[in-house]
Design a protein around this ligand. Structure first.
Ligand code: AMP
Ligand code: MG
Length: 423
């Protein structure tokens, strides 16, 4: 793994750094400065690269399509043969299908029956769709109003030889698989998969399958983390539940940091608990305890243990998801060698007023609601409690209310990140 910078180096360059009140933007910058993409590269068969990140620019070795071809079923013609403003009668001298070209050389006044994907016959530049053509035996009549070059796909219009088909850092999705296949590429160089170890802490937590005693709850954070990591295409290592016990925590963190690129834990970083967590982490590596001016998600431990990045997320289930999505996820994407985080932010009018305190970034669960005129607006959901996962499951988007922003009036634009762009 590439050597990463130390947290102390990065913080030294920030004289105004205040661990008790850090803006989301500042925290994200510090995290970003600590991340250097992993260097290791592997070659995989095309289908196995789905979800992985291209490690090199893939250049097109071909023109795609390789030849001019018909975009429609119809008749190919030479546009110079068509009479402007009047219909034209042409003689059909043959046919061309996808994969079965017409090998002759049509003469002036001659048309060829062509199917979609068929190579354009020699000298022909235009295709007339079959629906507008009158056919009488060997003859066709083409109505006026055709445009030269219509219904023809040009050689190289998708990709031209030597151009970048897939840039390094691009995550391979279904479209990329198809694009690579269209170039005849069977194998691709990709970055190695990240390993992310994760665990939950808390004496009250039980795992699925265990009975619940009074005051105990099922651990849900390991499931949301599993899902978010899986969707990112990283390898998750589930280390289970660790009790609120310094020795157990130290053992788990040490083992996790030795076997993973990134360690993510939840809970045990709130005020009462931070002291013992801090001392454990401090013994193992460099860890900062930050209070981030965000809601949900205020307490966060962040640091490096050996070469591994460490994220100690808060305990509340929604806070775990929000801090993961907006602080951990971008770091994982960069570490994995990715160049785009895929987040789409759209501006939508608020359906109702939204209460917001300036001086912190708020992430509220939102639902799309059409206004009486049919325009899409966003309504923040009623229960924004940081433990309420059901509204996270129902939400259409996360409404991101910027640090300085005060309360919002109905009708004002707010930034919305659709759920589909987060997972
Ligand atoms: P803590 O940060 O440990 O004070 O936890 C804050 C809240 O989150 C408490 O109500 C915990 O019970 C809850 N919590 C912590 N970890 C989990 C978990 N893995 N799954 C569900 N709830 C949790
Ligand atoms: Mg706890």
């Amino acid at each position: 793994m590439t050597d990463q910078r130390s947290l102390a180096d990065v913080l030294q360059q920030r004289p105004s750094f205040n661990p008790e009140s850090l803006s989301v933007a500042e925290a994200a910058q510090i995290i970003d400065q600590l991340v250097t993409p992993v260097g290791a590269i592997e070659s995989l068969a095309l289908r196995d690269t789905l979800g992985r990140i291209a490690a090199v620019d893939v250049l097109s070795t071909l023109d795609v399509p390789a030849h001019d071809n018909s975009a429609m079923d119809g008749f190919s013609v030479r546009s110079a043969d068509l009479r402007p403003g009047a219909s034209t009668t042409l003689r059909v001298v043959g046919a061309a299908l996808a994969g079965r070209p017409f090998l002759g050389s049509p003469q002036p006044g001659e048309a060829v029956r062509v199917m979609t994907g068929a190579l354009m016959p020699f000298g022909h530049d235009t295709v007339i769709v079959q629906e507008v053509v009158q056919v009488q035996g060997e003859q066709i009549t083409v109505p006026p109003g055709q445009l030269a070059g219509q219904n023809r796909r040009l050689r190289g219009e998708d990709l031209s030889r030597g151009s970048v088909a897939i840039p390094s850092g691009r995550q391979i999705g279904p479209a990329e698989l198809g694009l690579l296949a269209s170039l005849g590429i069977a194998e691709l160089k990709i970055r190695r998969r990240l390993r992310v170890a994760f665990f939950s802490t808390g004496d009250e937590l039980r795992s699925i399958g265990e009975p619940l005693a009074e005051g105990q709850i099922y651990d849900s954070n390991r499931y949301t983390l599993f899902g978010m990591l899986r969707r990112l295409g990283v390898e998750g290592l589930d280390l289970g539940v660790v009790p609120d016990d310094p020795a157990a925590l130290e053992r788990t963190v040490a083992a996790a940091a030795a076997s993973a690129d990134v360690v993510v834990s939840s809970a045990g970083v709130s005020v009462g608990e931070a002291d013992f967590t801090r001392s454990v982490m401090g013994r193992l590596g460099e860890v900062g305890f930050w209070k981030i001016a965000m809601r949900p998600g205020r307490p966060l431990a962040f640091g490096k243990i050996g070469q591994a990045l460490y994220f100690g997320l808060p305990g509340n289930p929604v806070a775990v998801m929000i801090t993961f999505l907006f602080l951990v996820r971008p770091a994982l994407i960069k570490l994995a060698g990715g160049t785009a985080n895929g987040l789409t932010t759209i501006q939508v009018r608020a359906a109702q007023p939204i209460r917001k305190r300036p001086g912190r970034t708020e992430y509220q669960r939102g639902a799309w609601v059409p206004s009486p005129t049919g325009e899409m607006t966003v309504q923040v959901m009623a229960n924004q409690g940081s433990g309420v996962l059901s509204s996270m499951a129902q939400a259409d988007c996360i409404v991101v209310l910027a640090h300085e922003r005060p309360s919002i009036d109905a009708g004002e634009f707010v930034d919305c990140v659709p759920m589909g762009s987060l997972f």
